[in-house]
Design a protein around this ligand. Structure first.
Ligand SMILES: *[C@@H]1O[C@H](CO)[C@@H](O)[C@H](O)[C@H]1NC(C)=O
Length: 332
């Protein structure tokens, strides 16, 4: 009978289904961060952004004031340019750790938290140009081990600490043009061994001692900087002189000032020690020859009678002995 069969069939299968549903969390935990509703292949997309299957989330020009929520972890390219992000909080991109490109141009950014980019270990291209950054905290870019291109052009940076960049072994392009930099810190370029493109135009370069490391770097990497020569803004006598064409004596005062103490030590210690050792030799030599001469003098004239000097104890003894030998004792 079909009716009876149906009713006997239904509860067993419902029971099995119920059991499966109850057991599901135990035997098949879902990876955290993956929304259940996400269709395979197409990344989940925040409202208003345009996402493509290749992993790009285009959220540009949307007047956003914060990083949009609900970005899929599949996103590789995140375009957030032309928005209103004034600040980047710690771990702002926590949910999109697979990013390889991040565009933050023209946001009016004033501050970036030192831990804002934490977790972006695959990021290769970071564009922070045309913002209002004045300083960057130490360690800001340090976690970005895969970074190949960084643009900080069009900000208000007057100082860029080497610690803000950290050691970026793969960084090939760095853009610092149109900022307020007058020099680059000595250690900055030394920690970027792969750098082969450096944009520096539009900065008030002060051609003093602090610019020396940059000039040396530019001379040793002739193809790294732009074709148009970089010009000194100050001091007056060097204004409009190309950085790579600074006269030989431009840094001469830096060397002498830096080594002034060393030079003083070298110039003073050398002759002083020479004269001192010479004097010691002379005094010793004089003392030895005087002693010998005196002894010889005494040996040559043994018979001369002279009263023994009170201090010459050895002399007095020897003279007394000789006298006793020369004159035999009187016999009674
Ligand atoms: C992103 O979207 C904006 C505005 O919709 C558009 O102008 C721009 O061309 C898009 N960018 C890319 C790379 O698709």
């Amino acid at each position: 009978m079909p009716g009876v069969f149906f009713f006997s069939w239904l509860p067993t299968h419902l029971l099995v289904l119920l059991l499966l549903l109850l057991l599901k969390p135990a035997w098949a935990p879902m990876p955290t961060g993956v929304p259940l509703s996400e269709p395979s292949g197409a990344p989940e997309c925040p409202e208003a952004c345009v996402c493509s299957v290749i992993g790009q989330a285009n959220c540009s020009s949307l007047a956003l004031s914060s990083v949009p929520a609900g970005l899929s972890w599949h996103v590789h390219r995140l375009l957030l340019d032309h928005n209103h992000l004034r600040t980047l909080p710690p771990t702002a991109f926590e949910g999109v750790r697979a990013l390889d490109l991040l565009d933050l141009r023209k946001n009016g950014l004033r501050s970036v938290h030192a831990r804002a980019f934490w977790g972006l270990v695959a990021l290769q291209f970071l564009d922070l140009s045309d913002n209002q950054l004045e300083t960057l905290a130490p360690g800001t870019f340090a976690p970005l081990h895969a970074l190949r291109s960084l643009s900080l052009a069009g900000n208000r940076l007057a100082l860029l600490e080497p610690s803000a960049l950290g050691a970026l072994p793969g960084l090939r392009a760095l853009s610092l043009q149109d900022n307020a930099l007058s020099a680059l810190e000595p250690g900055l370029l030394a920690r970027l061994p792969a750098l082969d493109s450096l944009s520096l135009h539009g900065n008030p370069w002060a051609c003093g001692c602090a610019l020396r490391p940059l000039c040396i770097w530019l001379l040793s990497h002739p193809s790294a900087s732009e074709a148009e020569p970089l010009l000194c803004t100050s001091p007056g006598r060097l204004t409009l002189t190309p950085l790579t064409a600074l006269p030989d004596d431009a840094f001469q005062h830096c060397t002498t000032r830096l080594a002034a103490r060393d030079l003083a030590v070298i110039y003073a210690l050398g002759p002083v020690s020479f004269l001192a050792s010479l004097a010691i030799c002379l005094v010793l030599g004089f003392a030895i020859t005087t002693c010998r001469a005196r002894r010889r003098h005494r040996h040559r004239r043994p018979a001369t009678r002279r009263p023994p000097r009170p201090l010459d104890l050895a002399g007095s003894v020897s003279i007394a002995d000789r006298e006793s030998e020369a004159t035999p004792p009187a016999q009674p």
